[in-house]
Design a protein around this ligand. Structure first.
Ligand SMILES: [Zn+2]
Length: 339
């Protein structure tokens, strides 16, 4: 039989599934599942009054944990909020660590005014702004009641950016090993390894989170977190070289994810990865959850411990009105003689 030049459709299907999945991993941070787990974990550590101030329902907060990543598709200003390339700035002779944004911006513009002042990312400053946004959402300047949706949005974003700050490769210009021939290392660290830990049989407890006693400074804590993360970058790059050498042949396998199959590191190769990185991923994950809880708690205190408000419930009339023609829905919602 003559060999066909067209690849079998199954093969094409697999190829596209792999490509699309890899793209999704590259544009997300921590991965959608770990981000949501982190918010859920942080929620579990909050005191009762603070849970009430967040609507007493973790669902919206958890489901919005990845909004910031989704916004990258529609908002060109979003991307720099998720990283800071400390090494690139240092190579340029720019000391950004610990600077306030006004000073950092001046330095960046003085060096090259033709480039964006956000070219190395703005993660530490974004964390400071997101914190203020949460405080302001809880304590509006016009003394009106806090808008719960706005509070949840601000808390979810603060938690998201803080999670990103705990990822070592969000602090480096070589964020996906693209400069050192190590492409894929980003997803390996923050998605494959974390999901393997979360879904593994030996899931370890994080230890008790005490959000009430953990200090969180909106200006300095982000820099400290970023410094911790950045210090792990050389270790991760070195571990990946050894891991690739050890697992080159049998380290990847097809896995089902939803309706698609994709190529991903196998469980045994991820166990090797974990030992090569000295098991640092899980403690990093746990401290991220702890700091998210501490940040929400600290913002709540700064806002003057606002009380909770119950989320207004949608009545059956309001639900039904969504599906009716306008004049009928108006009658249903406004006619005093309605049933
Ligand atoms: Zn992100």
């Amino acid at each position: 039989m003559k060999p066909s030049k067209t690849p079998p459709s199954d093969l094409l299907y697999c190829f596209f599934a792999i490509e699309i999945f890899s793209l999704l991993l590259l544009i997300s941070s921590w991965g959608f599942v770990p981000h949501r787990h982190l918010h859920a974990k942080a929620w579990s550590a909050l005191p009762v009054q603070l849970r009430h101030a967040l609507g007493n329902d973790p669902t919206p907060l958890i489901s919005r944990a990845t909004d910031a990543d989704s916004r990258k598709h529609t908002d060109s200003l979003e991307s720099p909020r998720h990283f800071i390339d400390l090494d690139d700035a240092t190579t340029e002779g720019l000391q950004l660590w610990g600077q306030n944004w006004a000073d950092a911006k001046r330095v960046l513009i003085q060096r090259d005014s033709s480039l964006s002042s956000k070219r190395y990312g703005i993660l530490p400053w974004q964390l400071e702004w997101s914190y203020k946004q949460l405080v302001n959402s809880w304590s509006p300047k016009d003394s009106t009641e806090p808008d719960l949706d706005q509070v949840i949005r601000a808390a979810a974003d603060l938690g998201h950016y803080l999670s990103d700050a705990h990822v070592p490769l969000h602090t480096s210009g070589n964020y996906d090993g693209q400069r050192t021939g190590q492409r894929g290392i980003h997803a390996l660290w923050e998605t494959h390894a974390v999901e393997w830990l979360l879904y593994g049989r030996d899931l370890k407890a994080c230890g008790k989170i005490d959000a009430l006693s953990m200090p969180y400074d909106p200006v300095w804590t982000p820099w400290e977190v970023i410094q911790e993360s950045h210090a792990l970058v050389p270790e991760i790059l070195a571990a990946e070289r050894t891991w690739t050498a050890l697992c080159a042949k049998r380290g990847q396998g097809f896995q089902r994810r939803g309706r698609t199959m994709h190529l991903a590191p196998t469980s045994s190769s991820l166990a090797i990865w974990d030992s090569l990185t000295n098991g640092h991923t899980w403690p990093r994950y746990c401290i991220a959850a702890q700091r998210i809880a501490a940040a929400w708690h600290s913002a709540w205190l700064d806002a003057g411990r606002p009380l909770g408000q119950s989320r207004s419930r949608t009545t059956w009339r309001q639900k039904l009105a969504l599906y009716l023609p306008k004049r009928w829905s108006n009658w249903l919602l406004t006619d005093p003689n309605r049933p």
